[in-house]
Design a protein around this ligand. Structure first.
Ligand code: FES
Length: 123
């Protein structure tokens, strides 16, 4: 069902774990499957300098979290807000249709983390 890129990413995901000095944290759940994704961002001068994730979900959700967190590093907050699940799917070289919602979790978790950052920093 999964392509090699997804399998490789799921087998060796990057940026797994908590980020103790995160200043933006977003957690979302999928109504469709009940899986949960949490993304931690460390933002300095409006640039994402570090990020990590904890995903309690399927292989596609874990692979999506891994590539999304890789893509986020070095982005400005505004650029990160524009990151779509479509870009995450492209980075994974495709996901099966029934697994697209897993990539949507990544987009939503990023937006939630940025909202958290903005609310804590009066932005
Ligand atoms: Fe729902 Fe993958 S099956 S996140």
């Amino acid at each position: 069902m999964y392509n090699q890129k997804v399998i490789d990413t799921f087998s060796n995901p990057k940026n797994v774990g908590e980020l103790p000095d995160a200043n933006g944290i977003g957690m979302v759940g999928s109504a469709e499957c009940g899986d949960i994704m949490k993304i931690y961002l460390k933002i300095e001068n409006d640039v994402i300098v570090d990020c990590k994730f904890q995903t309690f979900g399927c292989a596609a959700a874990i692979a999506s979290s891994s590539v999304a967190t890789e893509m986020l590093k070095g982005m400005t907050v505004e650029q990160a807000l524009k990151l779509t699940n479509k870009q995450v799917v492209e980075e994974l070289e495709g996901l099966p249709p029934q697994k697209i919602h897993c990539s949507v979790l990544a987009e939503e978790a990023i937006k939630a983390a940025i909202e958290d950052y903005k609310s804590k920093n009066n932005k």
